[in-house]
Write a protein that binds this ligand. Structure first.
Ligand SMILES: Nc1ncnc2c1ncn2[C@@H]1O[C@H](COP(=O)(O)OP(=O)(O)OP(=O)(O)O)[C@@H](O)[C@H]1O
Ligand SMILES: [Mg+2]
Length: 320
């Protein structure tokens, strides 16, 4: 069986030929549907695969296959006090492509939150450029920031920030209602996302009436409802026990795989990072290393993360 699959795959695997490319994807779709596995071996091919699934037009630019959702160019954020300068972020450049799930790790004080705050437009950069889609967010005027955030970014906060006086449904739909979206469309979207995340039955309840896991999934649904280009999460499992952490991470993994959400997550926790497809390590405001999960199991990736943390100068416990 495997041999037959391999032969078929190679027969239709043409290079530089769009028709052959489409046929190759049809085959991979078919294979994925019957086995729930991708044949791709290299991580970048996974982007290609997911882009095809999401009907995102191909972009072939210097070997990049997927659209860039986020691009940082030599970003610096310095804090100056009277006598000294803290280089919290010191010349960071990287990209996140559509469909990625990326973790940022590093020791306490390495610049993770500062970097995330710059990306989420909560903080200004000292120099450099940050593009979300094709928009340079370092150039957005103060008055337009809130709209930009609402339209392009989703947030998952450490304590989830659900409003206790609103139902789960209202918590999820709040940003759409503020944006004056058509109420029928709002209902449809909330139902759709709630059923995908398994919280349809609790939509009419209030946060204090649902379980911790259901609250987490409500927070995820709220981050997703605007179909943001990018979801940002700062230590989302920081306040959770291990069972709740796993549930949240599985939900985020599901959002990434099945709902095509692009996620950038700051975490000090190797277990959380091992759910991602790629991990960037910060040290003293710079990128120290980057590792890619590709076809590794989560356990193998977890071990690799621990190895890098050890290289970074301490065991996992010291990297907070
Ligand atoms: N508002 C500020 N003013 C001055 N220095 C700051 C400010 N915010 C952060 N810093 C400094 O910038 C550096 C990076 O801080 P940041 O909060 O980004 O670290 P972090 O990696 O998120 O750490 P942790 O894991 O402890 O949350 C630290 O040295 C911190 O003291
Ligand atoms: Mg922090």
């Amino acid at each position: 069986m495997l041999l037959t699959v391999f032969v078929c795959y190679n027969l239709i695997n043409g290079r530089g030929n769009r028709h052959a490319e489409n046929k190759r994807h049809d085959f991979l779709d078919f294979w994925h549907n019957i086995t729930n596995h991708s044949l791709y071996r290299h991580h970048s091919y996974n982007y290609h695969y997911y882009s095809h699934k999401a009907n995102i037009p191909f972009q072939r630019k210097k070997g990049n296959i997927m659209n860039e959702v986020l691009k940082l160019e030599n970003v610096k954020k310095y804090y100056s006090a009277s006598t000294n300068i803290t280089k919290a972020v010191d010349g960071i450049s990287f990209e996140v492509k559509e469909g990625e799930f990326v973790a940022i790790m590093g020791a306490s004080g390495s610049g993770k939150t500062t970097l995330l705050n710059c990306i989420s437009t909560i903080d200004n950069v000292t120099s450099g450029h940050i593009y979300v889609g094709d928009k340079d967010i370092t150039k957005i005027k103060e008055d337009d920031m809130a709209d930009f955030r609402k339209e392009n970014l989703g947030f998952i906060f450490q304590d989830f920030n659900l409003l206790d006086t609103l139902s789960i449904e209202e918590n999820i739909s709040l940003s759409l209602i503020i944006n004056n979206e058509d109420p029928n469309k709002v209902d449809e979207r909330v139902e759709n996302i709630a059923s995908k995340l398994g919280i349809k039955d609790v939509l009419n309840k209030f946060p204090y009436e649902v379980s911790g896991g259901q609250k987490q999934r409500c927070a995820c649904a709220r981050a997703l409802i605007n179909q943001p280009k990018l979801i940002l999460a700062d230590e989302p499992t920081g306040a959770l026990d291990s069972k709740s952490s796993r549930m949240l991470l599985e939900t985020m993994e599901d959002m990434n795989k099945n709902l095509k959400a692009t996620i950038l997550m700051v975490t000090h926790d190797s277990f959380s990072a091992s759910f991602c497809k790629r991990v960037l390590f910060l040290k003293d405001g710079k990128i120290f290393n980057e590792i890619i999960r590709a076809n590794k199991t989560r356990k193998e990736f977890f071990d690799e993360i621990i190895d890098v943390l050890t290289l970074l100068g301490g065991d996992e416990g010291s990297v907070k």
